[in-house]
Design a protein. Structure first.
Length: 344
């Protein structure tokens, strides 16, 4: 499957005839042999469909149907992507460059990090809200200041809270029509990011980088859905059908994630992580992002009592052993259980 960089140059080139963008896939089997690859692809395709049915609150028949305006709407969305005309693409948060430098600098102390966060009142408020959410707070004691959050959560924990706090305002529902979708996408994104972070830790890789890239597909989903709404309003005002949304997310999720990383000037390694997950090299091991999205998706669907991948099949589509999977799931389930208790 061609990856993002095989067609990204078209986004910035002069207008003119061009080949259609290749279809992307959220879950990609890693080739070992043809028969195994086909089996994994079928399992992952079903898991992806279960995810879209849940996110879009629709039955399988509604996300599979080919609607009369689907081709025209998707072509218009593709054209906006190619020409960098996506109106809903979130702009870089003001303090993100300083935060990225501070978090990557081993000599940075708590005071410097606290000063950067406090210089942005909106980020300060979001950070304290996220730090006190059941997804992140380690105990029952409320976190009342930025300095306390850094002290209680540690540098690794505060990196993840900062990533979530930066993205959270962009994913808050704007109206009742997108409320359920936004809520579920945020929960799914946190589950995938947390899983990717946990796997990266087991493999001795950059945990905070994998947490942030684990959130980018979720942010790309809300971005694409909003852009579709704009397009559909311009074509007569009707809401995009579930099948149209599903096709847009399927085709453009990785490319939009790369656009977000580019718009925010994230380090080159973030682009590399996204590309490796979208287009795994033959016979390579899954990256933490691949396996994190699979595990995060399965567990968030299980918590929502949705159709899901069978337990026996999970280990056949990820590259973790039983012990590693048990450790990741234990930590992930603690987070999801806390989120469930906090919901009305």
């Amino acid at each position: 499957m061609p990856g993002f960089f095989s067609w990204i140059s078209g986004f910035f080139s002069s207008p003119g005839p061009s080949a259609p963008m290749p279809e992307s896939r959220l879950f990609n089997p890693v080739s070992r042999n043809e028969a195994t690859d086909e089996q994994e692809a079928a399992l992952l395709q079903h898991l992806e469909e279960h995810l879209f049915c849940w996110l879009l609150d629709s039955p399988p028949s509604a996300v599979r149907v080919d609607t009369p305006r689907m081709a025209a709407v998707l072509d218009q969305l593709e054209d906006r992507l190619r020409t960098s005309a996506i109106e809903e693409l979130p702009r870089q948060p003001m303090t993100l460059p300083m935060l990225m430098r501070a978090l990557s600098d081993e000599s940075s102390d708590r005071q410097r990090l606290s000063d950067i966060i406090l210089s942005d009142p909106s980020l300060t408020d979001q950070l304290l809200q996220v730090a006190n959410s059941p997804y992140f707070r380690p105990g029952d004691q409320p976190i009342e200041s930025v300095d306390q959050a850094i002290f209680v959560l540690g540098l690794d924990g505060i990196r993840n809270v900062i990533s979530a706090a930066v993205m959270r305002p962009m994913m808050v529902a704007r109206n009742s029509r997108e409320a359920l979708f936004a809520q579920r996408v945020w929960r799914w994104g946190l589950a995938c990011a947390r899983s990717a972070e946990l796997i990266a830790r087991l493999q001795g890789q950059d945990t905070s980088a994998y947490f942030m890239v684990g959130l980018l597909p979720a942010l790309s989903y809300i971005t694409l859905r909003r852009e579709l709404q704009r397009i559909c309003r311009s074509r007569g005002g009707a809401e995009p059908e579930p099948a149209v949304i599903r096709q847009a997310l399927t085709r453009f999720q990785w490319g939009t994630s790369q656009l977000l990383a580019n718009e925010w000037n994230l380090p080159p390694q973030y682009h590399a992580y996204l590309l490796a997950a979208e287009r795994p090299a033959p016979a390579q091991k899954h990256t933490p992002l691949n396996d994190g999205i699979i595990i995060g998706t399965r567990e968030v669907l299980r918590h929502a009592h949705q159709r899901n991948m069978a337990e026996d099949n999970l280990l056949t589509v990820i590259r973790l052993d039983n012990d590693q999977l048990a450790r990741v799931r234990k930590a992930l389930l603690q987070m999801l259980d806390g989120g469930n208790r906090a919901r009305p």
